[in-house]
Write a protein that binds this ligand. Structure first.
Ligand code: NAD
Ligand code: G6P
Ligand code: MN
Ligand code: MN
Length: 434
C-alpha cells in the first residue's frame, strides 16, 4: 500500500515513471501517486497528470493519481518521495549554458558554472523539502533526481538530518544497457563496477557472465565504437585512441568536458549558433511532447521521449524503490554517503557507487581507491561540490567565487568573477539567499 510523491510532477519524464509503476504493480502495489508542482508548472502538471490517469485506467489498476500544488499535503505519510524539479525551468538552464560560453567556458547543465548555478538555485528548495519530510513523513525515502544530483546529495548529507536519502542518475544503468547492446547480449549478463561521483563516474571493470572483459571493451572504444559510453544530450567526438588505452577504464559521457575541453567548447559554440544550446533544443522537444500528451486518445509513453537524455531514468527509480521495499539485496549504482568505500574521498561525502540495496537502504561496496590518474580530478570535483553546497546554503559571495574558481573548467580567478557576477544577476529571481 505504497504512497509515492513526485515533486516536479509536471516533468515530461513523469509518464515513464507511471509506466514503471504499472509494469511492476503485481509486486510493487502503489496505491497513491501524488504529482506535485508549483503554480508556474500547473498547466504541465495537468497535461501530464491526465495522461497518467489515462495510462492507469487503461491498465485497469487501482493506482490513484493526485495532482496538487500543495506540497505539504502531498508529503503527509509518504513512503517514497521522488524529486525531479527544475528551479527556473529550461529558461534558467539556457542561461547556464549561454553565459559561460561568452567567456570561452563550457556551458553545461551540471558541469562548470552552469552546474554551480543549478545547484545554487536547487539546494535551498531541496533543503526545504527535507525539513518538511522530517515531520510529515519521517520514515520516507527521498530519491533525488534533481540535478546537479551529486552536489544536491552532498548538500542533503551535510545540511539535513535526514538519512534515508539516495541520489540517482540514469548514466550508469544507461552505460550497462549500451554495453550490452554493443555486445548484443541481455543486459543481465553485464556487470560494471561503477565508482566516482555523479556525472564523474568511471566503469572500473566490465564483466560478461562474470568474466572480466574490460580490455575488450576498451579496445572497441579505442577503435571508435563509443556506443557503450554515449548520452543523447552530449556531443560524441570520439576518443583519442591511445588515451583510452592508457586510461584503461570506462569514462562516462560527461568526462568529455574534462578530457576534451577545447574540442567540446568549439562544438558547443557552433551548436549554439546553429541550433541553439541543448536547453533550446530540449524546449522544442518538450513542446512537441506536450502536444502529444494532450491527445485524449494517448494512454502510453510516446517514443519521442527517448530524444531526451534521461532514458532509463524511471527504471532506475522504480528498481531502487522495489529493492528497498523488498529487501532484494541486489546491486545498483546510487549516490550515497561514501563511508570509506572510496578511500580518497571523505567518509561523509556523497559518492556515486555500486551499492547493495537492502530494506535499510543502499550499502556502498568498497572499491579501495580510484586509479591514480583520475583520483585528483574526482577529488577536485568533490571539493567543488562541497564549496558550492556551502555557498548555496549561506549565500556567501566569496564562497561562491571560490567554488567557481576551483572548478577545473574555469580557467582563472578573473574569468570566474566575471561569470559569477553576470550569472548572479541573470538568476537573481531564483537566488533569494544572495
Ligand atoms: P522540467 O523543466 O520539466 O521540470 C519539471 C517540473 O519541475 C516542472 O513542471 C516545473 O514546473 C517543476 N518545478 C520547478 N520548480 C519547482 C519547485 N520549486 N517545486 C516543485 N516543482 C518545481 O525538468 P525535467 O527536464 O523534467 O527535469 C527535471 C529535473 O530532473 C532536472 O533537475 C533535471 O536536471 C533532472 N534530471 C535528472 C536526471 C538524472 O540523471 N539525475 C535525469 C533526467 C532529469
Ligand atoms: C542525462 C543525465 C541527466 C540529465 C539529462 C539531460 O541523462 O544523466 O542527469 O538531466 O541527461 O537530458 P536533456 O534531454 O534534458 O538534455
Ligand atoms: Mn544524470
Ligand atoms: Mn579553475
Amino acid at each position: 500500500r505504497l504512497k509515492i510523491v513526485a515533486i516536479g510532477g509536471g516533468s515530461s519524464y513523469t509518464p515513464e515513471l507511471v509506466e514503471g509503476f504499472i509494469k511492476r504493480y503485481d509486486h510493487l502495489p502503489v496505491r497513491e501517486l501524488w504529482l506535485v508542482d508549483i503554480p508556474e508548472g500547473e498547466e504541465k502538471l495537468n497535461i501530464v497528470g491526465n495522461l497518467a490517469k489515462r495510462m492507469v485506467n487503461k491498465a485497469g489498476l487501482p493506482i490513484r493519481i493526485h495532482l496538487t500544488l500543495d506540497r505539504q499535503q502531498a508529503l503527509q505519510g509518504a513512503d517514497f518521495v521522488i524529486t525531479q524539479f527544475r528551479v527556473g525551468g529550461l529558461r534558467a538552464r539556457a542561461l547556464d549554458e549561454k553565459i559561460p560560453l561568452r567567456y570561452g567556458v563550457i556551458g553545461q547543465e551540471t558541469n562548470g558554472p552552469g552546474g554551480l548555478f543549478k545547484g545554487l538555485r536547487t539546494i535551498p528548495v531541496i533543503l526545504d523539502i527535507c525539513k518538511e519530510m522530517e515531520t510529515l513523513c519521517p520514515d520516507a525515502w527521498l530519491i533525488n533526481f534533481t540535478n546537479p544530483a551529486g552536489m544536491v546529495t552532498e548538500a542533503i548529507l551535510r545540511y539535513s538530518p535526514l538519512t534515508k536519502v539516495a541520489g540517482l542518475c540514469n548514466i550508469p544503468v544507461g552505460m550497462k544497457m549500451s554495453v550490452a547492446q554493443m555486445l548484443q547480449v541481455e543486459p543481465e549478463r553485464i556487470h560494471i563496477d561503477f565508482a566516482g561521483l555523479n556525472h564523474m563516474v568511471f566503469g572500473l571493470n566490465v564483466y560478461l557472465d562474470g568474466q572480466n572483459i574490460t580490455g575488450q571493451i576498451i579496445d572497441r572504444i579505442a577503435q571508435g565504437d563509443t556506443s557503450g559510453i554515449r548520452a543523447k544530450n552530449i556531443i560524441d567526438l570520439g576518443w583519442e585512441k591511445e588515451f583510452i588505452k592508457a586510461l584503461g577504464i570506462l569514462p562516462c559521457p560527461y568526462h568529455r568536458y574534462y578530457f576534451q575541453t577545447e574540442k567540446m567548447l568549439a562544438e558547443e559554440q557552433e551548436q549554439a549558433r546553429k541550433t541553439g544550446t541543448r536547453a533550446e533544443v530540449v524546449q522544442k522537444v518538450e513542446a512537441e511532447l506536450f502536444e502529444k500528451y494532450k491527445d485524449p486518445k494517448l494512454a502510453a509513453k510516446p517514443p519521442e521521449l527517448e530524444q531526451r537524455g534521461g532514458a532509463y531514468y524511471s527504471d532506475a527509480a522504480c528498481n531502487l524503490i522495489d529493492s528497498i521495499y523488498h529487501d532484494r539485496k541486489d546491486i545498483q549504482t546510487v549516490n550515497v554517503k561514501n563511508q570509506g568505500a572510496i578511500a580518497s574521498i571523505p567518509h561523509d561525502s556523497a559518492v556515486e557507487i555500486n551499492c547493495v540495496i537492502t530494506a535499510s537502504g543502499p550499502k556502498p561496496i568498497a572499491i579501495g581507491d580510484l586509479p591514480i590518474p583520475v583520483r585528483g580530478l574526482v577529488q577536485q570535483i568533490k571539493s567543488f561540490e562541497r564549496v558550492a553546497a556551502e555557498a548555496a546554503v549561506t549565500g556567501n559571495y566569496h564562497t561562491a567565487l571560490l567554488a567557481m574558481t576551483i572548478n577545473p573548467l574555469v580557467p582563472s580567478d578573473s574569468a570566474a568573477k566575471k561569470i559569477l557576477d553576470e550569472m548572479l544577476k541573470a538568476h537573481q529571481k531564483y537566488l533569494p539567499q544572495f
